[in-house]
Design a binder for this molecule. Structure first.
Ligand code: BTN
Length: 261
């Protein structure tokens, strides 16, 4: 895939300083562009941003749709020196970094395993971590993050259908996207250096709205219900099922009972 020529970055990105950045008014997916740039040699920490995606991706093959100029649509190129087994922790890292950036705005975010960031029980952000492969070698990890910032980010129908919200709707004003982005990148940098630390899991647990709850998890292996007892060092969910056994789940969609989300 040929990379698209970046647009001139707007003023709200001035705070990025010398961090390598490619900004697009409109692009397919920032994750795809970041993967192409990573393979072409982009350094760790480089970011791809867009005002609009025409092929934005969510987890499990879903589309990620946001109206132009209403969201943070960002992909961060990371080159973590960790074993493949530790890679799922990058998803947790992304969720913790978003939660911390929102908490710094005075909000009270929660994380629904594995990667949904919630405000007042509704999804405000999602994380999609993907590996950029160069042949058989892992070239980089692309940490794709979408945050619904402004009220118009998604239609009322979509918000109701997906149980979604925006930062503006909860905060009562639109936050400064540039400031939120800088805080988010600062938290990603910080946690990337501590990817193997227990502290990352502790931070994730602190924001978790899943642990201790009765949940249903839908995954490629079917639907299973139980109590979410913990996450292990790889970020897998440990689910105590009704027969008393513990299932270890690496991926899936969680429904919290009594909440509907
Ligand atoms: C999810 O909750 O399913 C994950 C959503 C991730 C969306 C972001 S938006 C920026 C980046 N580019 C993409 O195509 N997807 C991620």
């Amino acid at each position: 895939m040929d990379p698209q020529t970046p647009d001139h970055p707007p003023d709200w990105l001035a705070g990025l300083g010398s961090r390598p950045c490619r900004y697009y008014r409109r692009i397919g997916s920032t994750n795809d562009e970041a993967a192409a740039w990573a393979l072409a040699g982009a350094p760790s920490g480089a970011v791809v941003l867009a005002e609009e995606q025409t092929a934005g991706r969510g987890r499990r093959g879903r589309a990620w749709v946001a109206a132009p100029e209403t969201s943070l649509l960002v992909s961060v190129i990371l080159r973590p020196a960790v074993s493949p087994e530790a890679l799922p922790r990058l998803t947790l890292l992304g969720a913790v970094a978003v939660a911390e950036a929102l908490a710094a705005e005075g909000l009270s975010p929660g994380i629904k395993w594995p990667n949904d960031v919630l405000l007042e029980g509704r999804k405000v952000a999602g994380i999609l971590a993907e590996v950029a492969w160069s042949g058989d070698e892992r070239s980089a990890v692309i940490l794709g993050i979408g945050v619904n910032i402004r009220r118009g980010a998604l239609s009322e129908a979509a918000a109701a259908r997906f149980g979604a919200t925006t930062v503006e709707a909860i905060l009562g004003r639109a936050p400064d996207r540039g400031g939120l982005l800088l805080r988010l990148l600062e938290r990603i940098d910080c946690w990337q250096a501590r990817l193997s630390d227990e502290a990352l899991l502790a931070a994730w647990r602190q924001y978790s709205v899943t642990l201790g709850k009765r949940v249903t998890v839908a995954s490629g292996e079917g639907v299973v219900a139980g109590v979410a007892e913990g996450v292990d060092s790889q970020g897998a969910l440990l689910l105590r099922t009704d027969d008393g056994s513990v299932r270890r789940l690496l991926a899936g969609d969680v429904t919290l009972h009594g909440n509907g989300l």
